[in-house]
Structure formats: structure tokens, C-alpha cells
Ligand binder design. Structure first.
Ligand code: AMP
Ligand code: ZN
Length: 142
């Protein structure tokens, strides 16, 4: 993956402000610092997004999420909460196509990060919700 900026961060050809690394992951500060302490965790294996994680990669990478979350929270008493964001696909705001998890510390309701969840619940009958849930359930891997 020669032209992947996150692979270049892993191999050191692009600098980063490193927080932690082991055989499976690298953790470094997001250059944008949307809020102070905005951190990225990436798998060392190049996968484009969450759809490409096999069981083994998931077992090596995902359990580290709460460890990193707690370290960030403990690093600054002013951190009141933390958004963990994982964008998958351009439509979902992914701009770097090497899977990554954002850890975005939250300091106040009016800090520099926001998310919108529109409430569309009145548009759905319970049958329609059951149908959606069932379609997802049928596609669960063993
Ligand atoms: P996304 O939009 O979810 O794909 O997020 C990509 C993130 O990578 C953005 O928040 C960028 O600020 C961040 N980013 C891009 N290049 C670098 C870099 N060289 N060092 C650190 N963070 C970066
Ligand atoms: Zn990569």
C-alpha cells in the first residue's frame, strides 16, 4: 500500500506524534486536533475499513479501544466525555482509506465537535422496524 498515508505513518516515512504502538496497532495524535487530545488508532495491517476486518484482526485490534479511551480520559481532568468515531466509506465521511478509530475528548457541549442524530421514529411502524432488524439478523456471520 505505497500511497497510503497511514501505512507511511506506521513505517515512519511520514512523521506522527506517537502515543503508543505494539505488534497490532499504532496510536497517534490526529493532526486536526478537533478537540485537544484527538487521537487515532489504526491497525498495522492495511485494511480499508471495518468491512474488511476478519475475526483475527478484530480480536487483536478492537479490545484495545477501551484501554485507549481510559488512558485519554485519565490524561486530562478537564475531559468530561469521549466520542469514538469510525467512518466507513466516503459517504460516511471517511477520507483516509486505512481503517482508523477517532477518539475525540469532549470538554463542553459547545466544544469543536458535534454529531446530529435526527429522530425519524415517527416514520416507522413496528412491523417495518421488525423487518429491518430481521434482514440485518439474517446476514450475521457465525
Ligand atoms: P476520516 O475523515 O475519518 O477518514 O479521518 C481521517 C483523519 O486523518 C482526519 O481527522 C485527519 O485530520 C487525519 N490525518 C490525515 N493526515 C494525517 C497525518 N499525517 N497525521 C495525523 N492525522 C492525519
Ligand atoms: Zn494503509
Amino acid at each position: 500500500m505505497n500511497d497510503c498515508i497511514f501505512c507511511k505513518i506506521i513505517d515512519g516515512t511520514i512523521p506522527s506524534v506517537s502515543v503508543y504502538e505494539d505488534d497490532d496497532i499504532k496510536v497517534f495524535l490526529d493532526i486536526s486536533q478537533t478537540t485537544p487530545g484527538h487521537t487515532l488508532m489504526i491497525p498495522k495491517k492495511h485494511v480499508a475499513n471495518i468491512f474488511d476486518y476478519d475475526d483475527s484482526l478484530a480480536r487483536h485490534v478492537l479490545p484495545k479501544i477501551p484501554v485507549i479511551a481510559r488512558a485519554i480520559k485519565k490524561s486530562n481532568p478537564q475531559i468530561l466525555g469521549l466520542n469514538i468515531v469510525n467512518n466507513n466509506g466516503e459517504i460516511a465521511y471517511q477520507s483516509v482509506f486505512h481503517s482508523h478509530f477517532h477518539f475525540i475528548p469532549r470538554f463542553a457541549a459547545s466544544d469543536d465537535f458535534a454529531m446530529t442524530f435526527k429522530d425519524n421514529s415517527s416514520n416507522y411502524s413496528s412491523e417495518e422496524l421488525e423487518e429491518i432488524a430481521s434482514r440485518i439478523h439474517k446476514n450475521m456471520e457465525d
